[in-house]
Design a protein around this ligand. Structure first.
Ligand SMILES: *Cc1c(COP(=O)(O)O)cnc(C)c1O
Length: 386
């Protein structure tokens, strides 16, 4: 069986985890800071706040930026539900911006058109969440320019994109956004089992993210609103959560970070080999913008259905029947029943829907061998009837 994505755990990872388990601090210890510092060092951001998932990171990122009832958050329909749900957690509303047919990311042209209409209607978004789908960065410069003109904040959902670069700078540098979020779920680029992180260059946002991660409680006298009663004293100054990562997870993260660059380099090799060996098939392959160095979390093919005698579902099922555990990223969020109840319907975002009717994520992970890749390609050719 060849899965679409898979973690790589080495003996060094296991040793790092065991060392924490034998130490005093299983949580709230030094491994958290170490992990945050290693991600900061890689990305070039000023602050990082490790949490228990990217979903939690998105939630506290929205709260830190002041999202609440009466506010709007816009994102792409072609993403995991968490990119939109974060707004609903805050009592805000969600709307979507269709994708670019070439990059499959949120379209800056569609965003601009929707902003012009929203300004006239008096319903501009407070936050826009671009998602670096498959690890290919969005056109952040264009989105950032629009944020200056229309006054919205930007959270980059970079769950697919740690290790990637945009215009030569690491994703997470925060040059074109307020907060960047990473996921460390096992199928992502590096893993902490469950885990996420929020990065920012703002001192103020970093303080708020830190408070929201842990109950809104502080032991820092500078953040307290009344004087300390004594050395035991802590103060709750906001309503936060327990979104903390454990030191066991953070130690795994520190160990995984040492292989981030080699993982992404290997993903590039696999992608290039797919590009060559799939070039003559009735497929649209993932086009890459010259400004982007993708983290290649996913390798997505789109079937040219007018050129084959099979349906999308038949090709997908033929691959699965031969133990090629392909997947589909993503079902357009606005077509999910929970979102349909809010009034969204099929036809609202046609590019994302067309993508969904053709896309298949084929196996892509750094430990994939050439033999495994050859098998994927052979089964795919058969499945296409090519
Ligand atoms: C995986 C993923 C998330 C959620 O990450 P978790 O760490 O599992 O909470 C959010 N957005 C995107 C685009 C993802 O791929």
């Amino acid at each position: 069986m060849i899965r679409y994505g898979q973690q790589d755990i080495t003996q060094a990872d296991i040793d790092a985890v065991i060392a924490v388990m034998k130490s005093v601090n299983l949580t709230q210890g030094p491994a958290i800071t170490q992990f945050e510092q290693s991600v900061i060092a890689h990305c070039g951001a000023k602050h990082a706040v490790a949490v228990n998932s990217a979903t939690s990171a998105l939630h506290i990122a929205c709260l830190a930026l002041g999202l609440g009832p009466g506010d709007l958050l816009w994102t792409t329909p072609n993403t995991f539900v968490a990119s939109a749900n974060c707004a609903l957690y805050c009592g805000a509303q969600v709307d979507f911006v269709d994708i670019d047919p070439q990059t499959w990311n949120l379209s800056p042209q569609a965003l601009e058109a929707k902003l012009i209409a929203a300004e006239k209607a008096g319903c501009l978004p407070k936050i826009v969440v671009p998602v670096h789908l498959t690890g290919q960065p969005c056109d952040m410069k264009a989105i950032h320019a629009l944020s200056q003109r229309y006054g919205f904040k930007i959270i980059e959902d970079a769950s697919h994109a740690i290790g990637g670069r945009y215009k030569g700078e690491s994703i997470g540098s925060g040059r074109y956004s307020d907060i960047t979020v990473f996921s460390f779920h096992p199928v992502k680029i590096i893993t902490t089992a469950e885990g996420g992180m929020a990065l920012t260059n703002s001192d103020e946002l970093a303080i708020r993210l830190g408070l929201l991660r842990s109950h809104g409680i502080t032991r820092d006298p500078d953040l307290m609103t009344q004087s300390m009663d004594g050395p035991w004293y802590y103060q709750q100054v906001a309503l936060g959560f327990n979104y903390r990562m454990t030191d066991i997870q953070a130690a795994l993260g520190v160990s995984q970070m040492t292989r981030l660059n080699s993982y992404v380099a290997r993903r590039h090799e696999i992608a290039q080999r797919y590009n060559q060996l799939l070039a003559d098939l009735p497929l649209t392959l993932p086009w890459q913008h010259p400004d982007s160095y993708s983290a290649w979390h996913l390798y997505v093919i789109r079937l040219q259905l007018d050129k084959i005698q099979r349906t999308h579902r038949q090709v997908f099922e033929a691959l699965r029947a031969k133990d090629i555990m392909v997947n589909l990223h993503y079902i357009p969020i606005h077509t999910q029943p929970y979102y349909a109840k809010m009034g969204f319907k099929s036809g609202d975002f046609p590019e994302a829907e067309k993508y969904y009717s053709e896309a298949i994520s084929i196996p892509m992970f750094p430990t994939m061998t050439e033999a495994q890749q050859d098998e994927v390609i052979a089964v795919l050719k058969e499945a296409l009837g090519a």
